[in-house]
Design a protein around this ligand. Structure first.
Ligand SMILES: NC(=O)c1ccc[n+]([C@@H]2O[C@H](COP(=O)([O-])OP(=O)(O)OC[C@H]3O[C@@H](n4cnc5c(N)ncnc54)[C@H](OP(=O)(O)O)[C@@H]3O)[C@@H](O)[C@H]2O)c1
Length: 323
């Protein structure tokens, strides 16, 4: 049997229900992956709440890793027995086994733990395209990364530092500040008690930062705009505190001829070539010293506890379900 978590309505973590079902039947172009680990991403909360409405009932979870059990017709990308991971696919990973479009699977290199691949692939690829392609960070530039002790933040802080940036991170607590300091951030602002834009101006000698990577949204939008240097770029890529409020386009001019972009994982990884390029860059960064933290591990039957912890801002680094 195949344990699968589904929701029949949107709502609190209580809507997550565990079912026992038959193993899914193979289809052309698909591979059946037996999970050893399942990634938990903040996106799963938006899906559970109906923030990005999905047709119901639906499975949840967009990332995982394990072994290819079998492949359908017309599959060339992988074969049975391959160690694989995936991220950013249609929800349904909270299960022992699932079907994944074979062209969305990436090989897990020797030496990379499947739990690390499952927990962090979505976050690592995101950090990669944010820092290299959405706004290509240059050595010496000041960058501001919100939620710097989270899954994406832990990876992006170190990666930005490695690219030579001067990294300022924001976090919600003192414990998270210590974590962010030891994972790439030169300066850390505890935004629950400090004024972000004032601190950024003071750290940068009044100039502001070249780019803000903002995944917090509603609570930070204004501070992000006010932290930018002339012609700086706001990369708004998430809504952990709620959607950013509507923005007056003229405000971008008034605040310094600013740029604004709202990138999405699906668009940056649409071609298999890009997906593989980002995944390889991420795994290679780990092999070259980038430290990932799986701060929280859960059993599949306890996934509601995982959601409660994530949305109450008590997690650090990445979270995983181990099968
Ligand atoms: N656009 C894309 O393609 C893309 C891809 C991947 C991820 N993302 C986004 O990146 C963000 C980070 O994802 P993640 O999986 O790594 O999650 P995460 O950063 O580990 O968790 C979210 C963090 O946001 C912060 N936060 C601030 N205000 C919050 C609030 N009101 N409620 C809850 N959390 C709040 C918390 O850190 P503090 O306690 O330090 O404030 C919390 O730990 C998410 O917004 C996600 O949607 C976007």
């Amino acid at each position: 049997m195949n344990r699968t978590v589904r929701i029949r309505r949107f709502g609190t973590p209580d809507v997550l229900e565990l079912y026992e079902e038959d193993v899914p039947v193979l289809q052309p172009g698909m591979a059946r992956v037996r999970h050893t680990a399942i990634g938990l991403n903040y996106l799963d909360i938006y899906h559970r709440e109906g923030h990005y409405p999905l047709p119901l009932p639906t499975g949840l979870g967009v990332a995982g890793a394990g072994v290819v059990e079998a492949v359908g017709d017309d599959v060339n990308a992988v074969t049975a027995g391959d160690r694989v991971a995936y991220a950013g696919v249609s929800p349904g990973s909270y299960a022992d086994t699932r079907l994944v479009s074979a062209d969305r699977l990436v090989p897990v290199p020797d030496g990379i733990d499947e739990a690390v691949a499952a927990a962090t692939l979505q976050q690592g690829i995101t950090a990669c395209f944010l820092l290299k392609d959405v706004f290509a960070v240059l050595p010496g530039q000041f960058v501001l990364i919100h939620a710097a002790a989270g899954g994406v933040g832990t990876i992006a802080g170190q990666w930005a530092k490695k690219l030579g940036a001067r990294v300022i991170g924001t976090v919600g607590s003192e414990a998270k500040a210590a974590h962010a300091h030891s994972h790439g951030c030169d300066e850390v602002i505890v935004y629950s008690r400090e004024n972000v834009a004032d601190r950024v101006r003071s750290i940068t000698g009044g100039a502001g930062v070249a780019v803000v990577y903002d995944s917090v949204g509603k609570a930070t939008l204004e501070a992000s705009l006010d932290s930018l240097a002339l012609r700086g770029t706001l990369v708004s890529f998430g809504s952990a505190s709620g959607d950013p409020p509507p923005l007056d386009v003229n405000a971008l001019g008034a605040k310094g001829s600013l740029y604004l972009t709202r990138p999405r994982f699906v668009h940056y990884t649409r071609s298999r070539e890009n997906l593989l390029r980002y995944a390889e860059a991420y795994f290679s960064a780990i092999q070259n010293g980038l430290r990932v933290l799986i701060g929280q591990s859960f059993r599949l039957e306890d996934v509601a506890d995982a959601h409660r912890l994530m949305e109450s801002r008590q997690t650090m680094g990445s979270s995983v379900i181990r099968i």
